[in-house]
Design a protein around this ligand. Structure first.
Ligand SMILES: [Zn+2]
Length: 394
């Protein structure tokens, strides 16, 4: 544990400031951390390199080279003023698994690849950029901000060169902090993640008519904000129909022309819905579309901005994690992830799983992020034993 905690702080504190931890993708701090991590992999005798998009990869050959890789890891970049644990912890627990394999002189059947991904937070390039490049999934041209590529010194060629052979991808295992408060609130040590929620984003545009705010009677107004307000109330009440992890957010509201004495002719709501069940998201949208039709003085338009399908994590390996927890008397629960992760970039026909450890008070993307040493220890034990079992079973 001493070794793991020391690695966690050594690499995690690269880029630490008063305000938080800053290893923004492609920054000098990110690459300093990547180089430090690379050295550690090489010291362990692994074949290791930094690929063309800035991911750090290490490889420990297995007994049967024809078998596909088992991949373990997480990301090394942070948000602006992030915490010590997001991403970094998963990478250091994966490193600890490699240390334990070396220490015990264990030779696995499968080749194990350890990955510290770049640009998971995707502040410039869009989320999970590094893992999308490696796994070759998703529509990188559509979903990532590739116009930023020259800014970070990359070309499409670099992305293409970073892709792994698809038939070499065997399975993926990632440990991550929960970033929510379910484990903390319920006093559980391990979260067995059943999936990563899907996301839909809409811009709801409401068109009315502007007029004098003093002389136009309340009955004769075509007030876009009035419709927006009633729609907002309706949407929040509708949320009560759907259980967790369904979440709904209005992240921004625009009003025009935005003066005290002019009835707004225009309002726009930036809406995001997340859930594991696509049918819930669709029925929510259908309901609000129907509801909006009752407003005859204004016109409501729904612009579909983004759709990401829910990602289901592998049930067989989830069962392995559960057995490991029971065997070691570690408390656990099943949950889903409301946040996106590198795991969801693994091709859907390959098994991927995630282990969550508690975030104290559910805080993350903040320098106050905290996970206790004993939870980290149990998380690593669970991860290591799951890895050994995966090696036998996949
Ligand atoms: Zn993360």
């Amino acid at each position: 544990m001493k070794r793991l905690m020391s690695n966690l702080h050594e690499i995690g504190e690269i880029g630490k400031t008063e305000e938080g931890y800053n290893r923004i993708e492609f920054s000098r701090e990110y690459f300093r951390a990547a180089e430090t991590f690379l050295d550690k992999l090489k010291k362990l005798g692994l074949k290791a390199w930094i690929d063309e998009v800035g991911n750090v990869i290490g490889e420990k050959a297995g007994r049967y080279p024809e078998l596909p890789y088992i991949i373990i890891g997480s990301h090394l970049d942070t948000v602006k003023n992030g915490g010590l644990y997001d991403g970094n912890l998963g990478v250091m627990c994966a490193l600890e698994c490699m240390e334990l394999l070396a220490e015990n002189e264990t030779v696995t059947d499968h080749t194990i690849r350890i990955a510290a991904f770049n640009a998971e937070e995707g502040l410039r390039l869009g989320g999970t950029f590094g893992s999308i490049a490696v796994f070759g999934t998703g529509n990188i041209e559509k979903e990532n901000n590739l116009e930023e590529l020259p800014e970070v010194g990359l070309t499409m060629e670099n992305i293409r060169n970073s892709k792994w052979e698809e038939n070499k991808i065997g399975a993926y295992l990632e440990l991550h902090i929960e970033q929510g408060d379910q484990l903390f609130k319920k006093g559980k040590t391990i979260g067995i993640v059943n999936g990563i929620v899907g996301i839909e984003r809409y811009r709801i545009k409401i068109n009315g008519e502007s007029n004098h705010g003093g002389t136009t009677s309340m009955e004769s107004r075509k007030d876009a904000v009035k419709t927006a307000g009633e729609l907002i109330t309706y949407m929040y009440s509708l949320c009560e129909k759907y259980p967790h992890p369904f979440v709904f957010t209005i992240g921004d509201i625009k009003i025009s022309p935005a003066c005290y004495n002019v009835i707004p002719e225009y309002a726009e709501l930036f809406v995001e819905i997340r859930d594991m069940k696509r049918e819930n998201i669709y029925s929510f949208i259908a309901d609000i579309k129907e509801f909006s039709k009752r407003y005859k003085d204004t016109e409501t338009e729904f612009i579909h901005v983004l759709e990401k399908y829910p990602y289901v994590l592998d049930e067989n390996i989830r069962n392995i994690i559960e057995k490991v927890c029971i065997k070691n008397n570690i408390s656990y629960m099943e949950l889903s992830s409301g946040a996106g992760h590198d795991a969801m970039c693994v091709p859907e026909d390959k098994p991927a799983v995630m282990i969550f450890v508690p975030s104290e008070n559910g805080i993350s993307h903040n320098k106050m992020e905290f996970t206790s040493e004993s939870d980290i220890e149990m998380g690593t034990l669970t991860m290591f034993e799951t890895l050994l079992e995966m090696d036998k079973q996949i």
